[in-house]
Ligand binder design. Structure first.
Ligand code: CA
Ligand code: CA
Length: 266
């Protein structure tokens, strides 16, 4: 009896586990819902518009989606190709994705090696989910948990297929202008005092060098600032030259100013 209950509990646990796996899979599935407007060919993010994959934080779940709109005709991709204007683009399939380490471009790695993977969704249009048909919009989800820090160029190699005089003909093309940064959460402002070069996602912790003593904003502490303080000397409310932080403009501010007099800030 007890054994039977245990068996049932085990079965239930196993089913729940399989269910969890399935739901994980469906979470990774993207939806081809990007608005390309009137374009016949497009990609998002689009490196030509300065767009890139979202940066990833090591140890934190990552997800970004690549949207692709394929044209109906081959010449819409490359008008110099020796095809007629009505030659249809049969399909484009993903061949390989290689990561090139931007700190040493001789070093390459794989998505898998940095903790990421690709899940294509071709809306069920063909057996290979990473095979996309011409004239349609598709997507591929980039998901995982980054395991290493680094800045990588994402070289996406695809095979484009056309049928010429009844023969399938393929051409490989590499898209190498995507970049993905993997690192930490921290201060990403290079001018901040606590700038973290490994930070790829800003967590709002940046402490900016506000150029102490510079009340007239010219990035140096000079007689100009001294005159500003003297002009507001004795101020007790809403003082713009209160550098000591006590709410007043007094001799304390003059002394603070003199302690950094002559300094300049970057
Ligand atoms: Ca100044
Ligand atoms: Ca003061």
């Amino acid at each position: 009896m007890i054994l039977n209950t245990m068996k049932k509990a085990f079965l239930f646990a196993a089913l729940a586990f399989v269910g969890a796996l399935n739901s994980l899979e469906s979470n990774a599935q993207c939806t081809s819902d990007f608005d390309f407007g009137t374009e016949t060919l497009g990609v998002s993010p689009n490196p030509e518009l300065g767009e890139q994959f979202e940066p990833g934080v090591v140890g934190m779940p990552y997800e970004d989606v690549l949207h692709i709109l394929l044209p109906q005709y081959v010449l819409d991709i490359d008008s110099t190709l020796p095809f007629s204007p009505t030659t249809p683009l049969d399909s484009v399939s993903l061949a390989t994705i290689t990561l090139v380490d931007l700190s040493d471009t001789l070093v390459t790695t794989t998505l898998d090696a940095v903790g990421l993977g690709v899940t294509c969704n071709n809306n069920g249009d063909s057996g290979n989910p990473c095979s996309f048909l011409g004239g349609n919009q598709y997507c591929a989800a980039l998901t995982g948990i980054p395991t290493v820090q680094g800045s990588y160029r994402v070289d996406i190699s695809v095979n484009g297929w056309v049928t010429v005089f009844g023969f399938p003909f393929s051409q490989e093309q590499v898209f190498g202008s995507f970049v993905i940064d993997l690192g930490e959460e921290g201060c990403t402002d290079a001018t901040a005092l606590n700038y973290n070069p490994a930070a790829v996602v800003d967590d709002g912790s940046c402490i900016l060098d506000t150029c102490f003593g510079d009340v007239n904003g010219d990035n140096s502490v000079t007689v100009g600032d001294l005159l500003e303080i003297l002009a507001e000397f004795g101020c007790t409310e809403g003082c713009t030259t209160d550098i000591s932080g006590d709410g007043l403009t007094t001799v304390a501010d003059l002394l603070e100013l003199l302690s950094v007099f002559g300094s300049s800030c970057a």
